[in-house]
Design a protein around this ligand. Structure first.
Ligand code: ADE
Ligand code: ZN
Length: 347
């Protein structure tokens, strides 16, 4: 399958001509990297009919009122993902783009229930993704981890059944996560499956405080015991929560372009990222679902640089934070941090 994606024309985040800042991407849904070109190619390969005649017509549907309106399209397009090859091609296309964006390490979400519900076994998904990820270091110079997410608008029993179905594949999975429609689906519903995951030695993350309230961030910390919060921007509505997140240096994987496209914030110039940094939070910048939201990892760096006036020192902090917040071992983390510092000095 073709994997020579065309890249957006924005200038990279680096102040000099040394290329984009080296960075880790910690909030990336692999299904959200499905570009229209690949969607149509896979549709043809698998004999799936899409409800759009052309790639342009599909692209014109990428105008979202909120998270749910995006999720409707996101799940519908997954109909083209059927075989191990499909998942391997999807991940390979992402990694090729990520390399161009300065990504050196990627911790990648996938949504098993969105595939098992269509009759695609979790083993097909994991084996396909793992095939691409296993070659990523050699082919693209990118280290990777997989994070298996539970859909919070499905039942706790479904999450438990998914975890059990994935048990034979846990050696390939670093963490579990929680995503999909947030409001009305508080983290506590998934206490049991997160406890099982932790017992199995996995890290835990959860989307919280994207559309949902700051109270969901508290719950994700106190009931699920998560190691990171995905999004978390609504923590800024709760001073005590901000103080806690700062004191404990809980990483927040913020996705600026996503927040604008899903109308979590009105305008990038009003994004709380500067206030979050000023409050001492361990924030990182990520792309979420880049095929749908107008940009990959470095596109998010350049967007916040341009809209929020971030200088090179702030971008360096964001690049360093991305590795500090990762699930890498200490030695590898230090190696990547040294790369960021070398980039900063032009060494
Ligand atoms: N699944 C894919 N993208 C998501 C997002 N931004 N929030 C919640 N669930 C998601
Ligand atoms: Zn997300």
């Amino acid at each position: 399958m073709a994997s020579s994606p065309s890249l957006p024309p924005s200038a990279p985040s680096a102040a000099s001509d040394t290329g984009p800042w080296p960075k880790a991407e910690l909030h990336l849904h692999i299904e959200g990297t499905l570009e229209p070109e690949l969607a149509f190619a896979l549709a043809e390969r698998n004999g799936v009919t899409l409800p759009y005649a052309t790639e342009d017509e599909l692209r014109r549907a990428y105008s979202f009122a909120d998270l749910q309106s995006f999720l409707n399209l996101y799940y519908a397009l997954m109909a083209v993902l059927r075989t191990e090859d499909d998942f391997a091609d999807l991940a390979d296309a992402y990694l090729a783009r990520a390399k161009e964006q300065g990504v050196r390490h990627a911790e990648i979400f996938f949504d098993p229930q969105a595939h098992t519900a269509r009759g695609v076994p979790v083993g097909t998904v994991v084996d396909g993704l793992a095939r691409a990820l296993d070659r990523a270091q050699e082919t693209y110079g990118i280290s990777t981890r997989l994070i298996m997410c539970f859909l919070r608008d499905e039942s706790a029993e479904s999450a438990l059944a998914t975890f059990e179905a994935a048990r034979p594949h846990l050696h390939r999975i670093a963490a579990v996560g929680l995503d999909s429609a947030e409001v009305g689906h508080p983290p506590a519903k998934f206490k049991e499956v997160f406890a099982l995951a932790r017992e199995a030695g996995l890290k835990c993350v959860a989307h919280a405080g994207e559309e949902g309230p700051a109270a969901y961030v508290w719950e994700a910390l106190d009931v699920l015991g998560v190691d990171r919060i995905d999004h978390g921007v609504r923590c800024m509505e709760d001073e005590r929560l901000v103080a806690r997140l700062a004191a404990e240096q809980v990483p927040l994987t913020v996705c600026p372009l996503s927040n604008v496209r899903l109308r979590v914030i009105d305008d990038l110039a009003d994004h709380p990222l500067p206030a979050m940094l000023d409050a001492g939070l361990l924030v990182t910048v990520n792309s979420d679902d880049p095929a749908y939201f107008g940009g990959y990892a470095d596109d998010n760096f350049t967007a916040v640089r341009d809209a929020l006036g971030f200088d090179a020192e702030t971008l360096r902090t964001l690049a360093r934070n991305s590795f500090r917040a990762s699930f890498l071992d200490e030695a590898t983390r230090e190696r990547y941090l040294a790369e960021v510092d070398a980039h900063a000095t032009g060494a």
